[in-house]
Every structure is written in C-alpha cells, then in structure tokens.
Write a protein that binds this ligand. Structure first.
Ligand code: SF4
Ligand code: FES
Length: 257
C-alpha cells in the first residue's frame, strides 16, 4: 500500500509544532497502525532524522497508552478500537492519513504525538480506589451481587484511561472517564462506604485539572474504544448531587443504585 502521512511534529511542549509529510510506499494491510509507524521511524532513523514520538505499551487494546487522532477521529476510523488494534486494511491504497496528538488543554503535548495524561492519574489519586483493608482474597461468591449490577460495574471498569473521550469532546471534558471510574466502584458493595466522598473528590480534581464541562455532545461515547456509555455520566451526576445535597430524594429523584 502507498500512503501519504501527515504527522504532527513538535520537539517539546513550549515550541510550536507543524504537520510533516512522509511518503510511505510499503505499508502492508496486515500491519497494525503502530507497526506502520514503526516502519516509518526505522526509515527516519536510517536517514539520521528524529523518529516520531508516540505512546504505546500493551499493543493489545488494554493499557490505554496509544492515543492519537487519526484523520480527525481519536483512535481512528474503526469503532470500539484502540489505535494499536487498528490495522492498515482499514485504509485504502493511495490514502492520505493525518496523525495528530490528543488536542485538549488538560493534556499538554510532550513531544510529537505524546501528551501528558498525568491529569487522569491525579483524578484517580483523588478517589478512584477503596481504602478498606481487604485482608486475604475472599471467596468470589462471599458477597452476592446481582448479575445486572456486576455487569454494569464490569462494563464501567473496562475504561482503559486512554483519554479519547477528552480529545473528542468540544469542551475537553473528562466526564466519561471520571464517570466510568466512579461507577465501577460505586455500583459494588465494597465501594459504598466512600461513594459520596469519592465522587466529590474526583469531580473537584477533574475541575482543578482544567477539563471542560459536559454539554451532552456525546462525542466521547462515539469514540470510546471500550464503549463506555453516557449512562455513567448521568449516574455520576446523581451521585454528585446526593454527595453535595445530602440524601434528599425529593431533590434528586429516585436515582437507583
Ligand atoms: S471512557 Fe473510554 S475514551 Fe474515555 S478514557 Fe475510558 S476508555 Fe478511553
Ligand atoms: S498500546 Fe495499550 S491500548 Fe494501545
């Protein structure tokens, strides 16, 4: 496959960047997108040029490191697929491919396609855990949990913290990410004792980090590689209201678990 790549090049955070054009004439449809970038980098190194910096780790869709915007869409054109799991067969011979870093105020560019997603770590540190001493591992069925609830908690726990939701949002909002983290603990019995404190702290940290507000654009759900749903945001908003207003059902509505 022959491709024309346009890649965002930026040496460091405080320097302006630019799109650089590269001709790629030997991409295979069976390569992953990151393998295609590896080949590009080998060519650049052979020519004595600086390789394109990009984040990656697992390359199997579970770590969330590999975020980049491909042809205007975070993680590229294939739904529910991380950039590392995207294959070149999703493109056509002769295509032009535009590759950029996440664009969001709270994710400053470090170099080329690499952004600093430390803001997510600080949101997690603000409350994305349970602090109860767990002792030794308990039997899996010691605490009965309805299947519908455990399924919803597991679906929320699938969030890999990649940041595509933020990059796609016109407001640079992190609501889908934070809501997924709030939901996966808040739905389970083990997460109840800190449920309200957790949502309050995590939302406060999210605001301190400079993420925007949610206006229900829905772009986050559309690009999320783990198909985290907007329902989690509604649930987080209900939990947050409970946390700041106290348990006043008439002010909040029924809410549910
Ligand atoms: S909610 Fe989806 S898009 Fe956002 S960080 Fe989690 S996995 Fe990535
Ligand atoms: S490199 Fe881990 S999800 Fe892509």
């Amino acid at each position: 496959m022959k491709l024309t790549l346009h890649v965002w090049r930026q040496k460091r955070a405080n320097e302006p960047g630019r799109m650089a054009r590269y001709d790629m004439d030997d991409a295979s449809p069976d390569m992953s997108f990151l393998e295609m970038l590896d080949v590009l980098n080998e060519k650049l190194i052979a020519k004595g040029e600086d390789p394109v910096a990009f984040d990656h780790d697992c390359r199997e869709g579970i770590c969330g490191a590999c975020g980049m915007v491909i042809n205007g869409i975070p993680h590229g054109p294939k739904r529910a697929t991380t950039a590392c799991q995207l294959h070149m067969r999703s493109f056509k011979d002769g295509d032009e491919v535009w590759i950029e870093p996440w664009r969001a105020k709270a994710f400053p560019v470090v170099k080329d396609l690499v952004v600093d997603r430390g803001a997510f770590d600080r949101v997690i540190a603000a409350g994305g855990f349970i602090s109860a001493a767990t002792g030794t591992a308990v039997d899996g069925s010691a605490i009965p949990i309805p299947k519908t609830i455990s399924d919803r908690a597991m679906d929320a726990a699938a969030c890999i913290g990649c940041g595509a939701c933020v990059a796609s949002c016109p407001n640079g909002s992190a609501m889908l990410f934070v809501a997924a983290k709030v939901a996966h603990l808040g739905l389970l019995p083990q997460g109840q004792s800190e449920r309200h404190e957790r949502v309050r702290s995590m939302v406060a940290q999210m605001d301190r980090e400079g993420f925007g507000a949610c206006t229900n654009a829905g772009e986050c759900e559309a690009v999320c590689p783990k198909e985290i749903t907007l329902e989690n945001i509604a649930r987080m908003n209900r939990d947050y209201l409970r946390a700041v207003l106290g348990e006043r059902p008439e002010a909040i509505g029924s809410g549910g678990p």
